[in-house]
Design a protein around this ligand. Sequence first.
Ligand SMILES: Cc1cc2nc3c(=O)[nH]c(=O)nc-3n(C[C@H](O)[C@H](O)[C@H](O)COP(=O)(O)OP(=O)(O)OC[C@H]3O[C@@H](n4cnc5c(N)ncnc54)[C@H](O)[C@@H]3O)c2cc1C
Length: 418
Amino acid sequence: MNNPRVVVVGSGFGGLETAFYLRHRLGKRADITVVSENDYFLFKPNTIYIPFGKKPESFYHPVAHAFEKRHIDFKQTRANNVDPKSKALITDDGEVPYDYLVLATGATMRPNDIPGLADNAATIWNPDEMMKVRAGVERIEKEARAGKKQRVLYLAPPGNKCSGPLYEMVFMLDSHLRREKLREKVDITWASFEHTYIQAFGKRLHAHVIDEFAKRSITGHLEWPIDKVEPGKAVFKNGETLEFDLLISFPPYAAAQVFEGLERDDRGFLTTNHDTRQLAGQEDIYAVGDAGDFPVKQAFLALLQADAVGEHISQRVLHEEPTAKFDPVSMCIMEQFNKATFAQVPLRVTGNAEYPVEVRQESLDMYKVGSGKIWRVGKKMLGAAMPHAFHVGKPFHAGPTWKMMEAGLVVMEAAFAE
Ligand SMILES: Cc1cc2nc3c(=O)[nH]c(=O)nc-3n(C[C@H](O)[C@H](O)[C@H](O)COP(=O)(O)OP(=O)(O)OC[C@H]3O[C@@H](n4cnc5c(N)ncnc54)[C@H](O)[C@@H]3O)c2cc1C
C-alpha cells in the first residue's frame, strides 16, 4: 500500500507546526510535502523590535535543513488554486496531488481599503514596513531633540484582526522616549474602531490598557472608525479629526491567497468547521492559522489549530476515530520595554460581527492576566525556543520544548498572574 500523501501549504507558524506534528506522530506512515513561496520561516511577533534597532535579518529562519532532516519534501513555489475533484494543488510549477491538504497561507494587509492610509502611514506587517516605522521614529526623535513638539498617532482601523502588536508598539514607543528623555516633547494618541481596548481579550485587558494609558499619558479613543487619511490628518467617521507628524497603523486584513474554488468569506478567509478546521464541503482539506475564518488572527492560535489538524489527520491515517478538536485558548505576552503583560484568554466565537469573539464564561478559571518585568523573560524565551524547535524539525507547541515551558508557565501564572 502507498503511503497517504499530505500536502501542507505555507512555511509560517501553522504550516510548519502541522508538517512537523504529522512527521512526529506518524513517523514513516505518511508522505509529507510542504509547498511554500518562501524557503524561510519569518518570526513575525518579534519584528516589533525592528523600529527600535533590531536587524530584520535576525527574524528570518531558513527551513530547508529541517525538512531534509525530517524527510519532508519541500517545493518552493506559489500555490494558486485547488482542484478538489482531482485532489490536486495547482501551483506555478504544476499540480501537486494530495490525499489530505492543509492550507496555511496566512493573511496579507489591505491598506488601500482606507483612502490615503498607504500613502500617509507607516504600517506594520513585514520587516520592510517595520523599517519604515523605524525611519518615522528616528525622524520624530530628531525633531523632538531639536525642540519641536511632535504628535504620534496609532491607528487600528476596522478589518484589522490582530491589534495586539500595535498596543505593544505604543507602549514600547512611550518607554523608549522616556529612556531617551524625549517623552515630554512627543504627544502620543491612540484611535481604534474597537469597542474596548484589545477587544478580543475581554474586560481585564481593557482595564489594564486604561490603567497603562493613564500612567503613560497616552490619549485613547475607542469606537472611532477611520474614514480617510490625508497628509498629516486622520479623518474619522464620527466627524472627528486628529493631526499627526507620524501615523503608525496596522491595516485591515485579507487572505494572502484567494482559493477561487473553495468556500470563503468576502476577505478570502476559508470557511471551516470550528472544531476540526476542515473546509465546508471538503473533508480532506483543512485551513490552519490566519488563512481560515477564525475571527482572531494570532500565531498562538495558528499553532493550536495546527496541532488539532495534525492530530485529526493522523487519526484518520491510522484508522482511529478522529476526535481531535481546536480549543481556542489564546495566549500572548505583550512587550512594553519597561515590563511585559501576559494574557491567557479562553475564547468563544459569537457570530456577531461587532463582537466576533468573547471570553468563554464557562472557562473563566483559565482567564489569566499578569504584568511585570518577569514576563519579559518569558517573551525572550518564546522568541528563542519557537524558531529553534522549527530549526530542528519539531513541532513547537506539541513538542518537548513547550512541555517544559508549560510547566514553567504554571509556576509563573501562580506567582505573577491572576
Ligand atoms: C508585527 C506583528 C506582531 C505579531 N505578534 C504576535 C504575537 O506576539 N503573538 C501572536 O500569537 N501572534 C502575533 N502576530 C500574528 C502572527 O504573526 C500571525 O497570526 C501568524 O504569523 C499566522 O501564522 P500563519 O502560519 O497562519 O501565517 P504566516 O505566518 O503568515 O505564514 C504564511 C505562509 O504561507 C506562505 N504563503 C502565502 N501565500 C502563499 C501561496 N499562495 N503559495 C505558497 N505559499 C504561500 C507564506 O510565504 C508563509 O510562509 C503578529 C503579527 C505581526 C504582523
